[in-house]
Ligand binder design. Structure first.
Ligand SMILES: *[C@@H]1O[C@H](CO)[C@@H](O)[C@H](O)[C@H]1NC(C)=O
Length: 343
């Protein structure tokens, strides 16, 4: 009996030793993994720092996705825009912007084979001039952008559609300040040539942020835009998913700015639309699809309410499109009511 107990004790202690040894092994393996991970992180850190700026710009603007691919932006006629010319404007030193100018559709025959000088001279024909400031991703040739240009042109308006810096065949890199500078430049360029014609901004998605930024810049110079249309607008203050799930991460943890001060400072994304609409003095029209899943209609509603209290319900309008129509974030241009709404 005694002996047996002893044996058992021995075997128990042997087992314990083995367990302890295994535990040590596990720990050291774990430590090694940690050290290895740390080593990899340290090795990659400088690359991450360089890449993060690029990555961040990309997450917000997605300008490198040049959809549609394999197209010649110099040939708007390929997009059945046969009364459109492609041109380049210098927004600031070293920044060239690709821009399409579509004349009112009724002039399509007259426009055949015409040069830049002819197109520019038409800007003062008394028809309103729309500057379409597009959203992130892709170029001025994207289907929904061409769609809006066609609707406006059929209504008898001029349409200028720039690709901001870094987008399409425009040079430079996108930043919020840069995009605003580009829009301001296109406005001034148009204004110099359009005589007393109305000049209106149509911003879509990210472009609504650029539109209100630019409108406020103009207000500061004592200039009131003749109208601003905000399609699928967003409010940075409550947008959890402004553009992309990864950019959400960036807004959510501003501490990134500490680790990546350089890209953070240069590429700070504010788009203070809420503050902007309080300062704006232009007639405002909000367009939003109820089924917009990129930016929920709630944000537009909120901004509308703020804009109404800053101006009044006469100057600020809100038009919604039923979810059953399936327009989502980009499809409003298909709506047959749109021409009447814009007029
Ligand atoms: C040119 O565009 C106009 C307006 O979209 C269209 O009505 C017309 O048929 C087009 N002409 C040609 C030759 O493609």
């Amino acid at each position: 009996m005694r002996q047996r107990t002893h044996k058992k004790e021995v075997s128990t202690s042997a087992q314990t030793t083995a367990q302890v040894q295994r535990k040590h092994e596990n720990e050291s393996r774990w430590m090694k993994s940690c050290l290895f991970a740390l080593f990899v992180i340290l090795l990659l850190a400088p690359f991450t720092l360089i890449m993060s700026r690029e990555l961040f710009q990309h997450l917000v603007y997605k300008h490198r996705i040049k959809v549609p691919f394999f197209v010649d932006l110099n040939q708007p006629v390929d997009f059945s825009l046969n009364h459109t010319i492609n041109m380049y404007l210098t927004s600031e030193e070293g920044i060239s912007l690709g821009v399409w100018h579509t004349v009112p559709e009724s002039h399509w025959r007259e426009a055949q084979g015409k040069d830049l000088a002819w197109y520019q001279s038409t800007l003062s024909d008394g028809n309103p001039v729309f500057i379409y400031l597009h959203g992130n991703t892709g170029t001025r040739a994207a289907t929904h952008r061409v769609g809006v240009a066609k609707v406006l042109s059929a209504l008898g308006y001029h349409v200028l559609v720039p690709d901001y810096r870094g987008f399409g065949d425009s040079s430079g890199e996108p930043t919020e300040v840069g995009l605003t500078t580009d829009a301001l430049h296109v406005y001034n360029w148009a204004k110099e040539r359009s005589g007393s014609s109305l000049v209106v901004f149509w911003g879509h998605s990210l472009g609504t942020g650029v539109s209100t930024n630019t409108a406020v810049k103009l207000v500061e110079q004592g200039i009131v835009l003749d109208g601003v249309i905000l399609e699928g607008t967003f409010n940075m203050r409550n947008e959890k998913l402004p553009f992309h799930v990864f950019s959400w991460y960036y807004w959510k943890f501003p501490g990134w700015g500490y680790f990546f001060p350089e890209p953070w400072a240069e590429n700070k994304v504010v788009f203070p639309t809420e503050e902007n609409v309080k300062k704006m003095k232009s007639p405002l029209l909000f367009l939003h699809a109820e089924d917009d899943s990129v930016v929920l209609i709630h944000s537009a509603q909120q901004l509308y309410n703020i804009a109404v209290s800053a101006q009044n319900a006469e100057r600020v309008k809100f038009v919604t499109f039923e979810g059953s129509l399936g327009y989502l974030h980009n499809g409003l241009y298909k709506d047959p009511r749109l021409p009447d709404i814009i007029k």
